[in-house]
Unconditional design. Sequence first.
Length: 119
Amino acid sequence: MPKRQPKTTFSLIALALSLVVLLAILYFVKLDIFWAWLLAWSLVTFGLYGYDKAQAKIGGGRVPEIVLHMITLLGGWPGAWGGRFLFRHKIRKPVFLVVLIISAMLWIGLGYWYFFVLR
């Protein structure tokens, strides 16, 4: 059996964790789906930023940058901002700031559309 690529492994982990957290938030907290989605992806993104920073310090297996970008764009941008500042992680890479800004603008626009146009 061939070994999985880290981006596949971490993508599947992020997806599974986000879905579990999303369902838990919807069931126990009863948030609107928009807020629940953002919260679930943000918690997972924040956790993966922390994990990646810890792995960077000890020289362990890292979370691929493409996975961090992907989960940021899927709604984890608040968690990415938090992880970036709290862990001081990925602050020297301009592409992370660009992805964060684009993701924040995208989701703020989607939020406006969802709450003010769609409803």
